[in-house]
Design a protein around this ligand. Structure first.
Ligand code: NAD
Length: 478
């Protein structure tokens, strides 16, 4: 049983309630976590508020040292964190070891470096004898709400910049996968953050709702579904809270006639099926030049069928389980719906007959733009292939959905690549490569894929307010 972390101390939920978290590879309960209710939310926000002024005034170089120490502790406990992440979320142990855990440590290091470099500017103003300068100040108390697909990394995407900028935080991980965040918060406590600077609430949507609605929260940073993102816009409206939203996606992948097809197949298999497709930037609709569409589909189907499905802790596995029974049913309903609408299921598309939540990747040919499988986010191992004839019509088709998180382009022609990159409305474009995040770049969506950006200097904008300070330098008063 794991507790809540509020004001520097661990305690059960005020109501005494808890919820189980399962291992998706076999459906067994790993442990239970305290389910925070409104009284706990109130206490956590109160603790963060109380700590806010002192933390905002904490010397930047000492803030940096704390963040750096978190990275060191993550590395010292890397194997435990990787195993926890794999067991709780179904992530392949190799991915947890090589991507999630090092990526989390690097994120803390990158933002440790920022602490001493968050600066204002002296701006020229039209008034004579007047000095004007800006200060970057923390927003205040930040509610950080994360999803289940990459729990540890996404927690770091929010915790590291929020703390680097001098905010206090309450983090609420997804109810399906809380364990790596609980362990991360233990390590942060060990690193020596003052009480109240980092608080943890475990719980489900109700906990998230209460946290987002709390009047003393200054900013909400949310990663999750577009539907919940929309509800948070309403929750934030009364207090005009600051809001960063990282939401759903349905990334188009464009395979031009001149693409290196074998490289495109290899890259798109990973782009679509990495973490069983449970990736917001996953390549999820494939526009292939009609001349190459059959060949591409056949190779994708053969490649997908050859991928070994199994538990995350088996080194031979390439595809792990989906996160939950509920999610597996949702993916399967999308696949059945596509068949019903007339898409041609070339391979896979059914549950694997074994305990846990395993699903064979589905490859569809003959998909048209009006089918739900080409429009809706599935967030699972599904590859719908659509043919195109006219490269000029392609941009309109790629941009037709409300999502705009990522896109991918496969071509040998740099001019095609960069012309398309400029015209597709998405926050990240990957040319001849799979989707990857990097702390130093930018992450976020156009349109219904979100508001604002995480990572790089953009995260500093997201977690600071800019203040202008004016001084009259001449004699007398102005
Ligand atoms: P979700 O929206 O159901 O839940 C996300 C988090 O919000 C969880 O912690 C949940 O408990 C909480 N929550 C649920 N309802 C809430 C409410 N009304 N108020 C406040 N909090 C609430 O999403 P999910 O199923 O965990 O994650 C999958 C979704 O996340 C997909 O749509 C995916 O595209 C998106 N995602 C986006 C990014 C990105 O960077 N853009 C990254 C990962 C996942």
């Amino acid at each position: 049983m794991s507790d809540l972390f509020i004001g520097g101390a661990w305690s059960p939920a005020a109501t005494g309630r808890s919820f189980p978290t399962l291992n998706p590879a076999d459906g067994t309960v790993i442990t239970t976590c305290a389910e925070a209710g409104p009284a706990d939310v109130d206490r956590a926000v109160g603790a963060a508020r109380e700590a806010a002024d002192a933390w905002a005034a904490h010397p930047e170089h000492l803030r940096a040292r704390l963040l750096w120490r978190v990275a060191d502790l993550i590395e010292a406990n890397a194997e435990e964190l990787a195993e926890l992440e794999s067991r709780d979320s179904g992530q392949l142990l190799g991915v947890a070891r090589e991507v999630s855990v090092p990526g989390t440590a690097e994120h803390f290091r990158y933002f440790a470096g920022w602490c001493t470099k968050i600066q204002g500017a002296v701006l020229p103003v039209a008034f004579p004898d007047t000095l004007h300068y800006t200060r970057r100040e923390p927003v205040g108390v930040c509610a950080l709400i994360t999803p289940w697909n990459f729990p540890l990394m996404i927690a770091a995407w929010k915790l590291a910049p929020a703390l680097a900028c001098g905010n206090t935080v309450i983090i609420k991980p997804a109810e399906q996968t809380p364990l790596s965040t609980v362990r991360l918060v233990e390590l942060m406590s060990e690193a020596g953050f003052p009480p109240g600077v980092v608080n943890l609430l475990t719980g489900g949507p109700g906990t998230g709702r209460a946290l987002a609605a709390h009047p003393a929260v200054d900013k909400i940073s949310f990663t999750g579904s577009t539907e919940v993102g929309r509800s948070l816009v309403s929750a934030a409206a009364g207090g005009l809270k600051r809001l960063t939203l990282e939401l759903g996606g349905k990334a188009p992948s464009i395979i031009a006639a001149d693409a290196d097809l074998d490289a495109a197949v290899a890259g798109n298999l990973t782009g679509a099926l990495f973490h069983s497709g449970q990736v917001c930037a996953a390549y999820a609709r494939f526009y292939v030049d009609r001349k190459r569409a059959d060949e591409f589909t056949e190779k994708m189907a053969a490649g997908a069928a050859a991928l070994r499905i199994g538990p995350g802790d088996d080194p031979a596995s390439w595809l792990g389980p989906l996160v939950s029974e509920e999610h597996l049913r949702s993916v399967d309903a999308h696949v059945r719906g596509a068949v019903y609408e007339g898409a041609d299921l070339v391979g896979g598309g059914r549950r694997v007959d074994r305990p846990g939540f395993f699903y064979e990747p589905a490859v569809f040919a003959g998909v048209t733009d009006d089918m739900a499988i080409a429009r809706e986010e599935v967030f699972g191992p599904v590859i719908p292939v659509l043919a195109y004839d006219d490269p000029d019509e392609l941009v309109a088709r790629a941009n037709a959905l409300e999502y705009g998180l990522a896109a991918s382009i496969w071509t040998r022609d740099l001019s095609t690549a960069h012309r398309l990159a400029a015209r597709i409305r998405a926050g990240a474009i990957f040319i001849n490569m799979i989707h990857v995040p990097d702390a130093a770049t930018t992450w976020g969506g156009y349109k219904a894929s979100g508001w604002g950006r995480e990572m790089g200097p953009y995260a500093i904008d997201a977690y600071t307010e800019v203040k202008g300070v004016w001084t009259h330098l001449g004699p007398g008063s102005r």
